[in-house]
Design a binder for this molecule. Structure first.
Ligand SMILES: Nc1ncnc2c1ncn2[C@@H]1O[C@H](COP(=O)(O)OP(=O)(O)OP(=O)(O)O)[C@@H](O)[C@H]1O
Ligand SMILES: [Mg+2]
Length: 368
C-alpha cells in the first residue's frame, strides 16, 4: 500500500497543502510546532477515523474555520481515493467520493502504523490503554472483531442495567450472559491470535535493534484460560455464576474481556518493573515492527510506517538499526526536526520535504 498524494484543508495548522510522497522513505523536517505531527495525525485519522492525540474531532479543524478536509490518493493494487470531512456535528467519510454509511467500512482501508514518542507510556498506563492498542490493531484487520466488540459492549451495558433493578430478572440475565459468552469467545480467540503472531517476530526485531541477548515477549492476560471453545464457554459461564453476588452488590459486571490486559516481558520479567528507558523504547519499536507483520499476515497488504520524531530519542547506532529493520518495499514517513546522521548514512533514497508554519516549503529534494 502506497500513499501517492495527501491534501489537507483547514486541518490543524494547514490552510491548504498538497503533498506528494515517494513509495519508499519520506522525511518531513521542520522546527518544533510547524505541523509535522499534525500531518501524520491526518493519516492516522484516515486509517482509524480517530486522532491518536485527542478524542474531540472538532479540535482538528483549523481555529476559526467550519470544517476540515483530509483527502488521500493511495495505491492498493489500484488507485483509490479516501477522504474525511470533519465538521461541527461529526464527520463524513468517503471512498472514491462516495460517503460510507458505517465507519467500519472505512477503518483499515489505509493501514498505517504510527511510532510515536508517547508509545513508551504503554507500559505504565492502565490496562484499558493497552486494550485500546490491541483493539485498534485487530479492528483494522477484522470486521468480525469490530462486530463482536460492539455487540459485547452493548450487551455489557444491558447486563449492568439489569443488575441495577430491584427485582433481578434471572431469565433475562441468562439470555444476556449467553450472548456475552458467544461474543467473548470471538474476542478472546482474535486477541490470542494477535499475541501469537506478534510473538513470532518481536524478539527477532528486538535483537536487531539492541544487539543484545535479552529476550522479550508479550503475554495475554485473559479473564479465562485459553482452551477449546466448549471449555472456554463453560469457564465463562462459571465466571458469571461465581461472581453473581459480587456483580449484584457492585451493580456491574466485574469480570470479562473488558478487563483483559497484555503484559510485556523482558527476560521473563515485567518491562514496567525492570526495563530501562532506552530498552522500553526499543521494546515498543520491536512491537510496532511486529505489528507490520501481523497486518501483512492478516490482510496480505503492506502497511505504511509513520515514525514521528522517534529517531532523536535513539543513539546513532540504534537509529541505523531501526532504519535497517524497515524493508525497501515499505513506504515510510519519518518526521524529524534535525536531519540526523543515520538518515545520511543508511544509503536509502530519501524524499525530503520541509514544513514551515503549515506550509511545505521544499519539495522532492532527493539525497542518496
Ligand atoms: N485546530 C488548530 N488550528 C490551528 N492550529 C493548530 C490547531 N491545532 C494545533 N495547531 C497548531 O499546530 C502546531 C503544532 O503542530 P505539531 O504538533 O504538528 O508540531 P510539530 O511540528 O510536530 O512540532 P514538534 O517538533 O514540537 O513535535 C502548533 O503551532 C499549534 O498551535
Ligand atoms: Mg511533533
Amino acid at each position: 500500500m502506497i500513499i501517492k498524494e495527501l491534501r489537507l484543508r483547514n486541518f490543524r495548522n494547514f490552510k491548504n497543502i498538497h503533498i506528494t510522497l515517494n513509495p519508499k522513505m519520506n522525511v518531513i523536517t521542520g522546527n518544533n510546532g510547524q505541523g509535522k505531527t499534525n500531518l501524520l495525525e491526518s493519516l492516522v485519522f484516515l486509517s482509524t477515523t480517530k486522532s491518536h492525540r485527542i478524542n474531540d474531532d472538532k479540535k482538528l479543524i483549523m481555529i476559526g474555520e467550519d470544517l476540515a478536509n483530509i483527502d488521500c490518493l493511495y495505491n492498493d493494487n489500484i488507485d483509490k481515493r479516501i477522504s474525511a470531512v470533519i465538521h461541527q456535528k461529526g464527520k463524513t467519510l468517503l471512498i472514491n467520493k462516495n460517503p460510507v454509511q458505517k465507519s467500519s467500512e472505512f477503518v483499515g482501508l489505509l493501514n498505517v502504523i504510527l511510532f510515536s514518542p508517547s508509545d513508551i507510556n504503554i507500559f505504565n498506563e492502565a490496562p484499558r490503554e493497552r486494550r485500546k492498542v490491541i483493539n485498534l490493531e485487530i479492528t483494522k484487520v477484522s470486521k468480525k472483531y469490530i462486530d463482536s466488540l460492539n455487540k459485547y459492549h452493548k450487551l455489557l451495558k444491558e447486563r449492568n442495567l439489569a443488575l441495577k433493578r430491584e427485582n433481578i430478572d434471572n431469565i433475562y440475565l441468562n439470555i444476556l450472559e449467553n450472548q456475552l459468552i458467544d461474543n467473548q469467545i470471538i474476542i478472546i480467540n482474535e486477541r490470542n491470535n494477535f499475541i501469537k503472531i506478534i510473538n513470532e517476530n518481536i524478539n527477532k526485531y528486538f535483537k536487531k535493534l539492541i544487539n543484545d541477548d535479552l529476550k522479550i515477549n508479550i503475554e495475554y492476560q485473559s479473564c479465562i484460560k485459553i482452551n477449546d471453545e466448549l471449555k472456554m464457554k463453560k469457564d465463562l459461564k462459571d465466571m458469571y455464576i461465581n461472581n453473581f453476588e459480587k456483580d449484584k452488590y457492585n451493580q456491574l459486571t466485574n469480570y470479562g474481556v473488558h478487563k483483559d490486559d497484555i503484559l510485556f516481558k523482558i527476560n521473563d520479567l515485567n518491562v514496567n518493573d525492570f526495563a530501562s528507558q532506552g530498552q522500553r523504547r526499543l521494546v515498543v519499536m520491536a512491537f510496532k515492527l511486529s505489528l507490520k507483520d501481523y497486518i501483512i499476515k492478516k490482510t496480505g497488504k503492506i502497511p505504511i510506517l509513520l515514525l514521528d520524531d522517534v529517531l532523536s530519542e535513539l543513539d546513532v547506532n540504534k537509529q541505523t538499526n531501526l532504519l535497517n529493520c524497515i524493508d525497501d518495499n515499505i513506504q515510510t514517513i519519518i518526521t524529524t526536526s534535525v536531519l540526523s546522521n543515520s538518515l545520511k548514512i543508511i544509503n536509502k533514497e530519501l524524499n525530503i520535504q520541509t514544513i514551515e508554519s503549515g506550509n511545505i516549503i521544499k519539495n522532492k529534494e532527493v539525497i542518496k
